[in-house]
Design a protein around this ligand. Structure first.
Ligand SMILES: Nc1nc2c(c(=O)[nH]1)N[C@H]1C(S)=C(S)[C@@H](COP(=O)(O)OP(=O)(O)OC[C@H]3O[C@@H](n4cnc5c(=O)[nH]c(N)nc54)[C@H](O)[C@@H]3O)O[C@H]1N2
Ligand SMILES: Nc1nc2c(c(=O)[nH]1)N[C@H]1C(S)=C(S)[C@@H](COP(=O)(O)OP(=O)(O)OC[C@H]3O[C@@H](n4cnc5c(=O)[nH]c(N)nc54)[C@H](O)[C@@H]3O)O[C@H]1N2
Ligand code: SF4
Ligand SMILES: [Mo]
Length: 702
């Protein structure tokens, strides 16, 4: 290997919105550039990272990176901008916020952000400005709501068996997550179990994706029917004597009620709903019932339907029936958000937060910007925004409404970004942002159990500033007073660690990560589940999850008492005979990496996968130019025949740039923004669509 002596490898952490939160080893070539990126030694990462981050030099040193503040000079969305200085840019943003607040009250300003970086300081510091300035709150619903609430509904806590224990399992059930693409390290540990113990890997998904291709047991069901599958599995477990009654009586709320409820939820019943053969369901249930160490690795994908929380809770109920929680390598895991208890008071100025201030639903951004009264909850219109770490004009549902909202002439928007995204394109002021190796931050693993450090390794391109710098500079101009504005990111990290009982920054710098795994009895709920009576709830108190905002969050009053198939999905009809799933692309991460050459090359072009028999019926040849439509809009892309899906289901992978589609209409044009019960969220994989063939275009790539 030809390694020049001035290349030094440094520890870092991947900042992207991915449960793996990988430890990285980054080659730093000189003060401003990087070489290769490899997986770090932290045991969950185990040296393995995804290809898109391994080629990070391609993104961080990309020619299209924003490096100068810009001011809009033409009509909104025409892309006419002129370079301006940082001081002028920040002055203009502060003035616009003051003007909006003077005219309509402080709630007319809506800072909007998400997890483009998962660093707690750079990501969440925007809330410090929000709370001190009494700007509108953001209710985070775009990603985790249905999954987390469904999990907590059962266990009472967002935590589970140590994710490394997958390697100790005899049956790893990967449910509704395309782990090979979206969190590669799940496969590291699952495959270890197969190699070392002869474990089987089961995958439950709606198409034969890269993860299912590695499965020993594959269940390819209809979208939104996981609750039915889970019920039939539990029916068989009770029927065949695989229910652990000693466990059930000690650890669960109403096992007899559940057994009675499942009486008619037979594999035949579930077969008609899921489209899975009866034998497949029977065999899988038997495998679960006869394997003490069965590990349920529950993902997000199967919760992105209108019945998503019910589906998560139903799947989670299975190990409570078998008592698999009692075994090492058994039980369930979704996310470790509940183990860290990091004190965010200083970073987010939680001490300044007024609970009376309205919370606006992140996923309803289209309706909110269009001024829908129910969404504004009696408050003023949104007149000014700062957007960091997210690209709503691409990623949010009801894209046509989002675009109309951002096009409003009476809305001021500042977007702080690394690239000229679809959202930045609609802005009045664009600010250039640093990338993770150019600033300090702290992270916590969703899919593992570590607090991680990501120190500044190189200088940013001249002109780029971090989120923290922008927030503090705006605070100064707006007269926002809080001690957090005069602290550096390193001060914040140190404060957070010390005030959470996790040591100091100096301690974390020594190792690069801190293992926070609770002991076996706590992680497996041997001491009792997270509810006051210590019992797992087969009968969740769904009402307790509703009411976060004053707007209703889906038909939560009709949620089933016990695990069930809750038929509230956007079902097919004569005009819309297909159910569309907008699954992730392996080489993109949400809308990130859809600007890098390596990722674009691997993904090809926007396509929709359709079963060959459906395609034949509708006269659609492989590669044809087609149009997907529903009442929300129309999207044009190319068809690909694929027999690894059930009939009546179509899959479109990836958040492609909107302008990779004809007319600039991205896939979220088709996705609805109705809140999902019980507490809101976006049903990205739950849209009905029709499909029609279009004449080929001369510009068609083959
Ligand atoms: N159709 C469909 N839509 C979906 C989904 C789906 O499955 N299907 N998934 C949904 C989910 S789960 C999520 S979480 C959302 C995510 O949607 P987004 O939050 O928009 O996703 P990202 O692409 O992770 O990040 C957005 C932006 O953050 C910027 N960024 C990264 N780091 C920094 C930084 O340090 N500072 C600043 N200022 N900017 C930074 C990146 O350049 C990027 O443009 O998308 C949702 N949309
Ligand atoms: N490469 C890559 N990695 C990513 C992302 C990305 O866009 N690309 N996004 C990141 C983000 S923000 C998140 S939140 C995570 C999410 O990661 P995951 O937990 O994997 O969730 P999803 O990406 O929504 O979807 C995963 C799978 O769910 C399947 N699915 C859809 N509907 C159903 C259903 O009804 N039942 C079942 N059983 N399966 C269904 C889809 O076909 C897909 O294969 O991944 C992160 N990692
Ligand atoms: S797998 Fe996820 S956390 Fe790991 S390097 Fe890739 S994007 Fe980052
Ligand atoms: Mo997400």
């Amino acid at each position: 290997m030809n390694v020049s002596p001035n290349i030094v490898s440094h520890h870092s952490t991947c900042p992207h919105d991915c449960p793996s939160c990988c430890a990285l080893e980054v080659e730093v070539v000189d003060g401003t550039s990087i070489g290769r990126v490899r997986g770090g030694k932290m045991d969950y990462t185990a040296g393995v990272i995804c290809a898109k981050v391994a080629r990070y030099a391609e993104r961080i040193h990309h020619a299209d990176r924003l490096t100068k503040p810009l001011r809009r000079t033409g009509p909104k969305g025409t892309g006419q901008f002129a370079e301006i200085g940082w001081d002028e840019a920040l002055d203009r943003v502060a003035a616009a916020f003051q003007e909006a607040a003077a005219k309509h009250g402080s709630e007319a300003v809506w800072p909007y952000f998400y997890a483009g970086t998962m660093g707690l300081i750079q990501r969440d510091g925007i809330n410090r400005l929000r709370h001190v300035m009494r700007y509108s709150g953001q209710y985070d619903t775009i990603c985790t709501n249905m999954a987390w609430n469904g999990f907590i509904a059962g266990t009472g806590k967002l935590a589970g068996a140590d994710p490394r224990e997958m390697a100790q399992s005899d049956l790893v059930i990967i449910w509704g997550t395309n782990a090979v693409s979206t969190q590669v390290n799940v496969m590291t540990h699952a495959v270890r179990a197969r190699k070392e113990r002869g474990a089987r890997i089961a995958v439950i998904d709606v198409y034969d994706n890269d993860t299912m291709k590695q499965a020993d047991i594959a269940l390819c069901l209809r979208p939104g029917t996981d609750g039915a599958l889970a019920c039939a599995i539990m029916h068989v477990l009770f029927r065949d004597g695989h229910a652990d009654w000693a466990y059930l009586e000690r650890y669960t709320d109403d096992p007899k009620g559940l057994e009675a409820h499942l009486q008619d939820k037979t594999p035949h019943w579930a077969s008609a709903i899921t489209g899975l053969p009866v034998d497949t369901i029977e065999d899988f249930a038997t495998a679960i019932g006869t394997t003490e160490r069965s590990f349920f690795r529950l993902g997000y994908g199967f919760t992105r339907s209108r019945n998503g929380s019910v589906a998560m809770h139903a799947a989670l109920s299975i190990p409570a029936v078998t008592g698999a929680w009692r075994r090492e390598g058994g039980g369930a895991f979704h996310n470790n958000g509940g183990i860290y208890n990091l004190n965010a008071t200083m970073n987010q100025a939680l001490d300044a937060r007024d609970p009376q201030i309205r919370l606006l639903d992140q996923s309803r951004i289209g309706a909110i910007l269009e001024g829908e009264a129910a969404d504004l909850q009696g408050g003023p219109p949104v007149a000014a925004m700062l957007v960091q770490n997210t690209n709503p004009v691409s990623v949010a549902p009801e894209q046509e409404r989002v675009k109309r909202g951002f096009a409003r002439d009476d809305l001021f928007v500042c977007v702080h970004e690394q690239f000229m995204t679809e959202t930045a394109h609609m802005a009045d002021i664009v600010l250039p942002a640093t990338m993770f190796m150019e600033h300090d931050d702290i992270y916590r693993g969703g899919g593992h159990q570590n607090i991680m450090l990501g120190p500044k390794l190189i200088d940013p391109p001249a002109g780029c500033r971090s989120n923290h710098e922008v927030i503090c500079a705006l605070a100064e101009r707006l007269g926002a007073g809080h001690p957090g504005f005069s602290m550096s990111p390193r001060d914040h990290i140190d404060w957070m660690l010390q005030n959470s009982g996790w040591g100091t920054l100096a301690d974390l710098e020594e190792t690069g990560w801190l293992d926070c795994q609770p002991d076996f009895d706590a992680a497996h709920y041997i001491d009792g589940f997270g509810w006051p009576d210590g019992k797992f709830r087969f009968k969740p108190d769904w009402a307790a999850f509703s009411g976060v905002t004053s707007t209703p969050m889906g038909p939560w009053r009709q949620m089933p008492t016990f695990p069930d198939h809750w038929d509230v999905t956007e079902n097919v009809d004569d005009t819309h005979p297909y159910r569309l799933v907008t699954a992730p692309a392996r080489s993109f991460l949400n809308s990130t990496f859809n600007e890098t050459g390596g990722s674009l090359k691997r993904e090809g072009r926007p396509e929709v996968m359709i079963h060959p028999n459906d395609a034949a019926r509708d006269g659609i040849a492989d590669g044809d130019r087609v149009e997907l439509f529903n009442r929300r809009g129309t999207v044009r892309l190319h068809a690909r025949h694929y027999d690894g899906i059930q009939r009546g289901v179509v899959i479109a992978e990836g958040l492609w740039p909107n302008d990779a589609f004809e007319n600039g209409k991205g896939i979220n044009t088709l996705v609805g923004a109705e809140p999902v019960a019980p507490a809101g969220g976006a049903a990205f994989h739950d849209s009905h669509v029709g499909i029609r063939r279009l004449e080929p275009q001369s510009s068609d790539r083959g």
